[in-house]
Each structure stands twice: as C-alpha cells, then as structure tokens.
Design a protein around this ligand. Structure first.
Ligand code: PLP
Length: 360
C-alpha cells in the first residue's frame, strides 16, 4: 500500500460507544449512552411512520420546515440554524471549516471525545486544558489560548461530568477569547436544565459564539441522527458549504420537526429526569458513593479507586445493568450512569448499596 492518510488521522482513537450487551445476560437495561429511557414522543413516532410513503423522493436540501420549527420553539432565527447528522456532524464541520494544520482546537480535560477526534480529522492540533474538580475552568481555557487557537469546545452541561458553568462565565470566556477564535457551546444536554437557553442569547449577542444541539438525548431520537447548530450568519454560511445537500433524509427531518414541536413531552421528560436524578444521587451518597450535582440525564458516580469502580461495574453488569466506564475521559474511578426510568434507577441503587455493604 503506497497511499497514506492525512497527518493526524492515525492519531485518532476509535470512538467507544456505550455497550448494549452483556455476555450470558438476556435481559439488559442500557444506561451507557445517555438515551431517553422513554424514547421519542408519540407525535414523533407518528411523523416517522408517515414518511414511509415518500421514500422514493429526495429529501429537502434546505431543511426549512425543521429550521422554522426550531426557530419557533427555541426563539432563534431559523436563517442561522444548520441541521446535521447528529450534532457530531456540526462539530466536524466546524473543525473542517476553521481548523487545519498548524491551528489549535481547545477542549477540556474531561471533555467529550468528538472534539479531539474532529480536530485531528481536520489536521489541526488538539489542545487539552485542565478542569478544576471536574468543572470547566474559563481561566484554564484562557491560559491555553494562543494566536493559533481557532476553536474552543465546551459542553454545557458537560459529558461525562454533568457539571456546568453559568452564563456570566460563558460570557466572560467569549469576551476574552483571541479575535481569531470561535467559542462552541455544545448543548447536547441543555434541555435538561430548566430555564437554560443553551447559550442562544450569547450567540445572539456576539459574533464569536456557536451553539450545537441534538435530538439524540431528551427527544429520544439517538437512533435517527439529527442535530443542529446556531451561529453568526457568516459561520452558518461557511458550514452550509461543507454540508452534503441531502445530509438528512425526510424521516429524520419530519420526525425531528414533530419532536421539537411536542414541548409538553419534552417538559415531562425533563421533570421526570430531574426527579429520578435527585433520587439516585441521594441513594448513591447514602451508601458512600458521591457524585457532583448533575445538570444532565446521567450521574457521575465516584468510587474510591479504579478497582472499586470496575468491581461495581461488574456487579451491575451481572444484574444486566450496563453503565459507562469513563477511564478514557481521565476519570478512572468513576462510572457514568444514565438516568433510566424509575424501576432502573431503583435497581441501580439496590445493586450499588449491596455492593458497598458487601465490601464494608
Ligand atoms: C456532549 C455531547 N455532545 C455531542 C454529542 C453527540 O450527539 P449526536 O448524537 O447529536 O451526534 C453527545 C453524545 O453523546 C454528547 O454527549
């Protein structure tokens, strides 16, 4: 073989998705990918079914109906919304468009792995900066900036920590970045935070902030692959030039449109998640497993060591409960547990309590 890949590609470690099977266990509960345990709304499922009649037609290229629905529901300008194959695709477009060889892309110590992967994929240099006690630090990001910085990615709330920073801190970050850099606020979990706009108003107020969002989490559509971005008109124009004309099929577009319009369903899921998250955090704390107060649909359970985290993971797996080991996120003594339905949360709490009691 004479042909070789572009520099950076072979440095990409393959993305590890959440496990969904356990050898020898037939009935499992998947709590490893931050999916909505209730799935999508009935309205979204009906919209999906209806698209079967038009499979022979190419889909819309401009996504106008979905963008208008997003605009109405989220109070954003639809002309500055771009829809992608998951928010992953928007993250990749940003790196392709703005970061190449010699440019730096900043992400934080426990940041979502696609930032590094997409930066390397674009030939840029990923730069990891520290967090402070599992929270993004604006000061550390600013220390990590240079005249080569082109993009700064933070998820707010963050995955896998579940922590977030407030709008004044986000604003301070946007105001203090070097002129040639864009701040990307990834709002994959924004809908789980009551009263939080995912930084939409900051996008509105400034010309150096982009927000990304997804239908994979609270909307229960991870299997469909739809995400979106919101940013300054010039940035969205640049990203649209990279976007394949038919990147989203009609089933994706129409299902996502029905999902975003079903605001009552989203609110019910948010409330249910908040209730069970508080309950699970308390049960874990009661048996000596602390977690930072999570703002998302998972908790990051902290054990005393890697060995203890792995043993608890094995105990959960033996009961068919699949959670996520996060050593790859530099959190070796932690397990990330997606908030499932009430029955799943109760099962997790019971297994962790019995596990801790057996070791006491
Ligand atoms: C912080 C964060 N951003 C983006 C994504 C990607 O979501 P999507 O399914 O929209 O590509 C995820 C998915 O886990 C995530 O946790």
């Amino acid at each position: 073989m004479k042909i070789t890949p572009q520099p950076g590609i072979m440095d990409i470690a393959l993305y590890q998705g959440g496990q969904s099977k356990v050898e020898g266990v037939s009935s499992v509960v998947k709590l490893s990918s931050n999916e909505n345990p209730f799935g999508p709304s009935d309205k979204a499922k009906d919209a999906f079914s209806r698209t079967v009649h038009n499979l022979h037609r190419y889909p819309s290229t401009d996504h106008a109906d979905l963008r208008n629905a997003i605009g109405e529901v989220h109070g954003v300008d639809p002309a500055r919304v771009i829809c992608g194959v998951g928010s992953d695709e928007i993250i990749a477009f940003l790196c392709q468009a703005y970061a190449g060889p010699g440019d730096e892309v900043i992400y934080t110590q426990h940041g979502f792995s696609m930032y590094r992967i997409s930066a390397l994929g674009a030939g840029a240099t990923p730069v990891e900066v520290p967090e402070v006690d599992r929270v993004v630090s604006v000061d550390e990001i600013l220390k990590g900036c240079s005249d080569r910085t082109r993009l700064v990615f933070i998820a707010n709330p963050a995955n896998p920590t579940g922590t977030m920073i407030d709008i004044p801190e986000l604003t301070r970050l946007a105001e203090s970045l070097p002129d040639q850099a864009l701040l990307v606020v990834d709002g994959a979990y924004a809908e789980y935070v009551e009263g939080y706009d995912g930084a939409a108003a900051l996008v509105e107020a400034r010309d150096n902030v982009v927000m990304t969002r997804t239908f994979s989490k609270i909307y229960g559509l991870g299997g469909l692959r739809v995400g979106w971005g919101y940013g300054p008109a010039e940035v969205i124009d640049v990203l649209n030039r990279l976007r394949g004309p038919f990147n989203l099929g009609e089933a994706q577009l129409q299902t996502a449109e029905a999902a975003v319009r079903d605001v009552d369903y989203v609110e019910r899921c948010r409330v249910e998640n908040a209730t069970m998250r508080a309950w699970l955090e308390e049960k874990l704390a009661d048996c000596g497993v602390p977690a930072d107060g999570s703002c998302a649909n998972f908790v990051l359970a902290r054990f005393s060591s890697l060995e203890e985290a792995e043993a608890c993971d094995a105990a959960l797996k033996a009961e068919g409960l699949i959670v996520r080991k996060v050593g790859g996120y530099k959190l070796p003594n932690c397990l990330r547990i997606t908030i499932g339905d009430e029955a799943s949360c109760r099962r997790v709490a019971t297994v962790v309590r019995q596990f801790k009691e057996a070791r006491a």
